[in-house]
Design a protein around this ligand. Structure first.
Ligand code: 13P
Ligand code: SF4
Length: 310
């Protein structure tokens, strides 16, 4: 990319010429958030993808998110700026091993967190996100055994919130497991007025320190509505860009990683850059594709989620 190109203007031009919509997750770098037509959590992004009339969806997020958009829109071109933008949760649940696990518990309904591959979705009965997992599990008859995959931390949180026993797949998010209780306690001593707010992908010891637990959208709404002026934010710090834009007079303190970890940014999400987004639109690639049989099988539990969270 030539340094003289105004990427913001060029992307706006390409949006018009391609009839494209740019959907971005809150963990994207600030420039990408600023150029997006819609920024949201996983549920909001999939609802938006389900209803767009654009011809091209440019997904600034990770692979499973763009894949979900493609499952919902087989006839649209779905672009992901960097095809290597994966997810440790999706990686932690390989299809062949999960098929064996499911077969060993054939009487269980399978509820899968949206952070999984299309193959895992295709083996699931209902998809959920961090913002509707409790609501969805609460709608399943009480005597129905449930497998919950792949995030053991969200699964444990849902068990606590619903009082249900869930058979958990033992996956986790490398970013949210980076936060430590000890570091949060140190920050609380430094900022005694601050509320700790955390994402349910964090470990139990961290969530116990939180005044509020929720999806990225729920965390954003919380800081807007709360009377508190300071927050210790225990999730990927990309969300702080929106928090500062919405309530600039408040203070947001990103929770630091453990001593032996370099950074609390998601290395997968941050593979996308404004330059790669521009190039993806210019060259109409990299494109998300998937086998039609897998797509159709994965569509059913996503539609079920959209129905149950309406
Ligand atoms: P939500 O934005 O749905 O809360 O998900 C967080 C996350 O880790 C996405 O990968
Ligand atoms: Fe996956 Fe965690 Fe990154 Fe979200 S933050 S994309 S769950 S690795």
């Amino acid at each position: 990319v030539q340094p003289s190109i105004d990427l913001f203007a060029a992307i706006e031009g390409l949006k018009k010429s391609l009839n494209a919509v740019v959907l971005a997750h809150y963990y994207q770098e600030p420039d990408i958030q600023d150029v997006a037509d819609y920024i949201g959590d996983s549920l909001g992004l999939s609802q938006k993808a389900a209803h767009t009339d654009a011809d091209v969806i440019v997904f600034a997020g990770v692979h499973f998110m763009a894949e979900t958009a493609k499952i919902l829109n087989p006839d649209k071109l779905v672009l992901l700026p960097d095809l290597n933008a994966g997810c440790s949760l999706a990686d932690s649940c390989p299809a062949a091993e999960f098929a064996q696990f499911k077969a060993a518990h054939a009487d269980h309904v399978v509820v899968s967190y949206i952070n999984c591959t299309a193959e895992i979705k295709a083996m699931s009965d209902i998809i959920c996100t961090s913002s509707n997992a409790v609501k969805i599990v609460n709608q399943i008859p009480a005597d129905q055994p449930i497998i919950f995959a792949p995030d053991r931390n969200l699964g444990r949180y849902v068990m606590q919130q619903t009082g249900r026993e869930l058979l958990l797949w033992q996956g986790s998010c490398i970013v949210h497991e980076t936060f430590s209780e000890k570091k949060i306690v140190q920050l609380q001593m430094q900022y005694p007025e601050a509320d700790v707010i955390a994402h349910p992908e964090c470990e139990e010891s961290v969530l116990q320190k939180a005044k509020f637990v929720g999806s990225t959208t729920a965390l954003l709404q919380y800081v807007q509505q709360s009377d508190t002026a300071q927050f210790i934010v225990v999730t990927e710090p990309g969300i702080i860009h929106q928090m500062q834009k919405q309530v600039p007079h408040k203070l947001f303190i990103p929770a630091p990683p453990q001593a032996n970890c370099a950074c609390n940014e998601c290395p997968h999400m941050r593979l996308n850059t404004l330059e790669k987004l521009y190039l993806a639109m210019k060259h109409r690639q990299p494109e998300i594709t998937l086998p039609e049989a897998v797509r159709q099988a994965a569509l059913r539990p996503i539609q079920q989620m959209l129905k149950m969270s309406a």
